[in-house]
Design a protein around this ligand. Sequence first.
Ligand code: SF4
Ligand code: SF4
Length: 226
Amino acid sequence: MIVGERKPLAEIAAMLAPFKKICVLGCGTCVTVCLSGGEKEAAETAAALSLLWQKEGKETEASTLTMLRQCEYEYIDDLAERLNEFDAVLSLACGVGVQTMTTRLQDKIVLPGLNTTFMGYPVEQGVWTENCLGCGNCVLDMTLGICPITRCSKSMLNGPCGGSQEGKCEISKDVDCAWQLIYDRLIKLDALERMETIQPPKDWSTSHHGGVRTTVREDVKLESSE
Ligand code: SF4
Ligand code: SF4
């Protein structure tokens, strides 16, 4: 999932200062699951903003709506008319949602209520960790499921850097060395020979380093470009 954290209330209030009628718009997918931007968080944010504005003697109003996914035109179109009632939308979606909304609703001001942090998963209640950078050329087969691109601080592809101590990365005693995890897993699955294949330098052109990426699937497009 995409993980995000709500921006500090003071930062949100500052960005909303020029507007009088605000919609705090929750998103019903990733940010709902990571408890940062769903219906509940939209209601909490609107209530906190209303209290703040009341104390400051402002007449700004915050209402709430929630969209299943702010990253798809289909759902944006369903709410577009209602969003026209507002001077600005405070989106509690990830950066993808904010930008999809902005692209679809050209005349609407859509502002980010969250800081989008990473793609990852919940390790336990209240703790999320990053595990994929979307490099565009997955090597999880080599490591049997542990990403050295994301989870090794130096994105090493051919084993550890030499700074690992007692299974921890040299950047912090709180961070597991990804290559220790990979080594332990390969031993456990009797697949250590996978480490003997020297990996060539990674082709970073498939990652964000190659610029904005677009995926085209001709087989599922509604109208063929041919
Ligand atoms: S190798 Fe690339 S695509 Fe695969 S998990 Fe790691 S960052 Fe993600
Ligand atoms: S100690 Fe391990 S995780 Fe940290 S940079 Fe070196 S190989 Fe990567």
